[in-house]
Write a protein that binds this ligand. Structure first.
Ligand SMILES: O=C(O)CCC(=O)C(=O)O
Ligand SMILES: [Fe+2]
Length: 397
């Protein structure tokens, strides 16, 4: 079997993978190489791939559980895949910058998109690198953003009048709306595998920034939505029949160019579920807590008391197994943490994926009340990352 290699497409984002035939189920080593390529290039492309819907599904499933879209029509042989069939009667509605499916608690890790039928020209797709976009902001802006949360709303991305909502029919749409209340994600997300920070708000689904006045939120989001469109952060992919794109949805946004009507363009997408986004502040505190550093005993109003417990077996299974109904912490540590740590998951449960361990955070305010910690305001001058690392995500000058 040929060795896999990757041609860099831009300094910032995009790699063309060679030496892989996706019709031959890749072995563990190839999957690891593909994963590494995605982490490095953020979106990778494969050309001249002849795969069935089930092969596409099975390939994507090597990277995680698959998400079934609540609105788009599925492929009959593999209903987890959905069909984008665009033509004069159904123009694309993906001609806006977005990160996929951020309207759920655990937005996709990535997606595998396969070109089934292409117009003779046009129909390119652009991806933008959110690590580079974040690093392209000033340090004070970065520090401001990393203490914020945003509301992501299915109804913003899929209003009733949107083509896909209409095509889904009233009943399916009403159920999808009901099943997807707005969710909260940090504005800056630490990548769970690389540890890189990236912007995690998108025009498609981000409705507002929590805690800001409406005009402030709109102004800030408008600035960010514009900022991520800088060509320096992008790659533009010109599709050929049977090409595949595989992107890391945790650190990119994309845009489908709508310039080929009245011609037809058909794509199949497999979507791989990811984990709950966490902010750089939450991550820094998790690392500090897990390294056993105990903070000041005198928590101020701006700090909360943090207990970190390593529990075996996992808390989520405790209810199922009678032996584990009252899980006992093996180790409990306590620390004061900055109050802006509202990036922790709901119910005080967070996954520190970088360390590959599950940790559970029980957060109580210094005053002894269960923390309303999501609304705490950042300390002036608080910093996302006390010590800066040089990053591979920086845009070319
Ligand atoms: O059609 C495309 O090129 C991209 C569509 C899209 O946004 C997606 O598949 O997530
Ligand atoms: Fe998309």
């Amino acid at each position: 079997m040929a060795r896999m290699s990757v041609v860099t497409l831009t300094h910032t984002i995009g790699g063309l993978v060679q030496g892989i035939d996706l019709a031959q189920p890749p072995g563990d080593e190839q999957i690891a190489a593909i994963r590494a390529a995605i982490l490095r290039h953020k979106v990778i492309f494969f050309e001249d791939q002849h795969i069935t819907a089930t092969q596409q599904r099975d390939f994507a499933a090597r990277f995680g559980a698959l998400h079934t879209h609540p609105l788009y029509p599925g492929v009959s042989e593999a209903p987890e895949l959905f069909i984008l069939d665009n033509h004069a009667g159904n123009p694309t509605d993906n001609d806006a910058w977005h990160t996929d499916v951020t309207f759920i608690e655990t937005p996709p890790l990535g997606a595998v998109l396969y070109a089934k039928l292409l117009p003779e020209d046009g129909g390119d797709t652009l991806w933008s690198n959110m690590q580079a976009a974040y690093e392209g902001l000033s340090r004070p802006m970065q520090n401001f953003l990393c203490g914020l949360d945003a509301v992501h709303d299915f109804a913003r991305g899929f209003p009733a009048k949107r083509g896909v909502a209409q095509a889904a029919g009233e009943q399916k749409y009403a159920k999808a709306l009901d099943d997807h209340p707005p969710v909260i994600h940090p504005v800056v997300r630490t990548h769970p595998e690389t540890g890189a920070d990236g912007l995690f708000v998108n025009y498609g689904f981000t409705a507002r920034i929590k805690g800001l006045k409406r005009a402030e939120s709109e102004a800030l989001l408008t600035m960010l939505f514009q900022h991520i469109q800088k060509p320096e952060y992008q790659v533009r992919w010109r599709w050929k029949p049977n090409s595949v794109a595989f992107w890391d949805n945790r650190i990119t946004q994309h845009y489908a160019v709508n310039d080929y009507l009245p011609h037809r363009r058909v794509m199949h997408r497999a979507t791989i579920l990811g984990d709950r986004p966490f902010s750089p502040l939450a991550h820094a505190a998790a690392r500090q807590a897990s390294s056993g550093i105990v903070g000041s005993k005198f928590c101020t109003a701006n700090f909360f008391f943090l207990f970190v417990a390593d529990i075996a077996p996992p808390f989520t299974e405790a209810g199922k197994n009678p032996a584990n109904r009252a899980p006992k912490p093996r180790r409990v540590r306590a620390s004061c943490i900055p109050s802006q740590l509202w990036g922790f998951g709901r119910n005080g449960v967070s996954t520190d994926s970088v360390q590959g361990e599950k940790r559970f955070f029980f957060v109580k305010s210094a005053a002894g009340r269960a923390g309303n910690f999501r609304q705490a305001t950042p300390r002036p001058g608080a910093s996302c990352r006390p010590e800066r690392r040089r990053s591979a995500g920086r845009a070319a000058r």
